[in-house]
Write a protein that binds this ligand. Structure first.
Ligand SMILES: Nc1ncnc2c1ncn2[C@@H]1O[C@H](COP(=O)(O)OP(=O)(O)OP(=O)(O)O)[C@@H](O)[C@H]1O
Ligand SMILES: [Mg+2]
Length: 385
């Protein structure tokens, strides 16, 4: 289970260290920074896949994702009698992301490249990384560290031995120094991060793949756009909690039954509804119904992830579906740690009543995301450049 997420210099997240529980509910007004928290966690996962720089580029590059305010707010700026203005920087420009779970922590620090003749001069560089044992990085618990091109790892004799001297500025030590012999911890941590699952964009438009019959293969993990819904549902029925699935469908759509039709190897989701003479086909489902089924398939995966992150799952659902959605999420939290970003006050309230729930209500102060609850700030330290 993740205990802490830390972000610095990313969009409105100037400097934030969030505690996490089993079931985390992130809410707040438009523009308060909810999606930025979601994306920051996703960028961490991209690091483990070797894709953090490309992911940042897709968001507009370091230039547009970096915190656009001053490095720090003076007391006068905070009190409002001094205008907000840039001051002489104490630290280099950087975007930092990190997390700690029950065993290990990881952090990465990205910055601007030195002037060069490369046409990739806008690519950010990985300046520092660290993996440590325990909640917060310190000199005593660091296991692996990267400083520029140098990577050192704690060896069996308890010394930090240099393992790489020329790691490229666009490669992470998580993908390039994780080997089973000398750096098993890195490998374990990387695989954990690769297992995190994110859902923020299910496709429900008329051309969406989930609306058409598709060749089905066993699918324990629903695709991020929901395209393999029928196969994922059938996999739950065959190797997962089939009974729970039917209960969940009945909870949301009373007296309706879900069926997976198969025609010459092509799978299709169908629903029997009271009053109709034939089942409705996926192409005929309302957007909200289809979205709810995506959520069911994602949350009832027979291979639940350690961490599941959802951005605004309530989108386009009728208020009547919010209570069943709350129950579905609460049930999923038994198998996975959940982070749910939501706009729905009733959903937030339903989740907050669950055991192990932690609310993080975000707000803005001078353009910077802050947390309204007075959670104690978890201990945190960034790796030095
Ligand atoms: N580089 C930046 N520096 C500072 N603030 C930024 C930067 N880029 C974006 N922002 C601000 O960050 C805020 C966070 O946006 P985000 O998308 O996370 O909000 P949200 O809480 O998900 O809102 P919504 O409810 O509308 O989806 C926005 O108000 C935006 O103006
Ligand atoms: Mg958002």
């Amino acid at each position: 289970m993740l205990l802490t997420i830390a972000v610095s210099g990313y969009r409105s997240l100037r400097d934030i260290v969030l505690p996490l529980g089993r079931l985390n509910v992130i809410s707040g007004a438009n523009g308060s920074g909810k999606s930025s928290v979601y994306k920051a966690i996703r960028l961490l996962a991209d690091t483990a896949q070797g894709g953090v720089i490309a992911a940042l580029a897709r968001e507009g590059g370091l230039g547009s994702t970096l915190w656009a305010g001053p490095e720090k707010f003076s007391a006068g700026m905070k009190a409002g009698f001094q205008p907000v203005q840039g001051t002489v920087r104490q630290n280099p420009i950087s975007l930092k992301l990190g997390y700690a779970d029950e065993d290990y922590g990881y952090a990465i620090d990205l910055g601007l490249p030195p002037p060069s003749i490369s046409m990739f001069e806008r690519d950010p560089e990985i300046k520092a990384e660290a993996v440590w044992a325990g909640e917060a990085l310190s000199r005593r618990n660091v296991f692996a560290q990267r400083n520029g091109p140098h990577v050192s790892i704690l060896d069996e004799a308890g010394r930090h031995a240099s393992v790489l001297k020329s790691l490229a500025p666009f490669d992470s030590m998580m993908t390039h120094a994780a080997d089973p012999k000398n750096a098993l911890e890195l490998l374990v941590l990387r695989d954990r991060m690769r297992g995190w699952r994110f859902y923020d964009h299910f496709r429900t438009d008329p051309e969406a793949a989930a609306r058409r019959p598709q060749v089905g293969t066993r699918t324990p993990v629903l695709a991020s756009d929901g395209s393999d819904l029928a196969a994922a549902m059938r996999t739950i029925i065959e190797i997962g909690d089939a009974e729970g699935l039917m209960e969940t469908i009945d909870d949301a759509f009373p007296d309706c039954t879900l069926e997976i039709a198969v025609n010459d190897g092509a799978f299709e989701v169908q629903m029997r509804q009271p009053g109709l003479l034939r089942p409705l086909r996926a192409a005929e489902f309302s957007d909200g119904t289809l979205r709810y089924l995506f959520l069911v398939a994602a949350l009832m995966s027979p291979r639940p992830p350690s961490l599941l992150v959802l951005n605004e799952p309530e989108t386009s659902l009728h208020p009547d579906l919010i209570a069943p959605l709350g129950r579905l999420l609460a049930r999923a939290a038994h198998a996975s740690q959940l982070i749910v970003v939501t706009h729905s006050l009733p959903l937030a309230a339903a989740l907050e009543a669950c055991e192990g729930a932690l609310s993080l209500t975000l707000s803005k102060r001078l353009g910077e995301t802050v947390v309204m609850e007075e959670h104690p700030r978890p201990a945190w330290a960034w790796p030095a450049r």
